[in-house]
Design a protein around this ligand. Structure first.
Ligand SMILES: Cc1cc2nc3c(=O)[nH]c(=O)nc-3n(C[C@H](O)[C@H](O)[C@H](O)COP(=O)(O)O)c2cc1C
Length: 171
């Protein structure tokens, strides 16, 4: 599959089957995630694998968007490692670092025949507390990963795209 074909084929899955994620597939996904570029290559992103009963119970308490997935990846960044914008030191690259790492996960998962859903419908503060993350880490997103339940199709808004002229402007 070309990248364009994969980008067209991917969609957010909101109902997973209970089929477990094979260890080697998860390892490959995480290995590819580690190839993502990050600001100054400081690699501020962290990926927490949630799959024990205890961790999954916590994830389900944090969000209704686990959707029956057997594994949830929680992406966080380390404030001490993230790049800080010159003159705007309160802005960190952490959300960007996590986003590109998570995007690598999304597409390598697709390559491996797995499905995902990007989730930010939760409180990062509560997630940090629930999993007792270090003070310098901030949670950015959760990503359920697994196999789509049979009969799952993209939601209608999957293909509702703005015209390119609405989002691309020449200045
Ligand atoms: C930043 C971001 C946050 C999202 N948060 C959620 C979420 O909390 N819950 C959810 O079910 N889907 C979430 N999604 C999935 C979007 O709803 C979905 O990507 C969008 O509707 C387009 O559908 P598609 O991914 O199938 O193309 C999120 C996606 C992004 C990129």
């Amino acid at each position: 599959m070309t990248f364009e074909e994969m980008a067209r084929a991917r969609y957010s899955v909101k109902k997973f089957s209970d089929k477990p994620v094979e260890e080697e597939k998860l390892s490959k996904v995480l290995e590819v995630a580690n190839l993502a570029p990050t600001a100054k290559n400081a690699q501020s992103a962290r990926i927490y694998v949630l799959r024990s009963e205890e961790a999954m119970d916590k994830a389900k308490e944090l969000t209704p968007c686990v959707y029956g997935a057997p594994v949830v990846l929680m992406f966080a960044y380390n404030r001490k490692e993230a790049f800080r914008y010159p003159d705007e030191m309160e802005i960190y690259s952490g959300a960007e670092d996590c986003s590109i790492v998570a995007t690598h996960v999304m597409f390598e998962a697709k390559e491996q025949g797995l499905d995902t859903c990007w989730v930010n419908f939760f409180s990062p503060t509560k997630a940090k507390a629930a999993f007792r993350l270090p003070e310098e880490e901030e949670v950015v997103l959760l990503m359920p990963i697994g196999y789509a339940a049979e009969g799952t199709v993209p939601l209608p808004n999957h293909s509702a795209k703005k015209a390119l002229s609405d989002i691309v402007k020449e200045l």
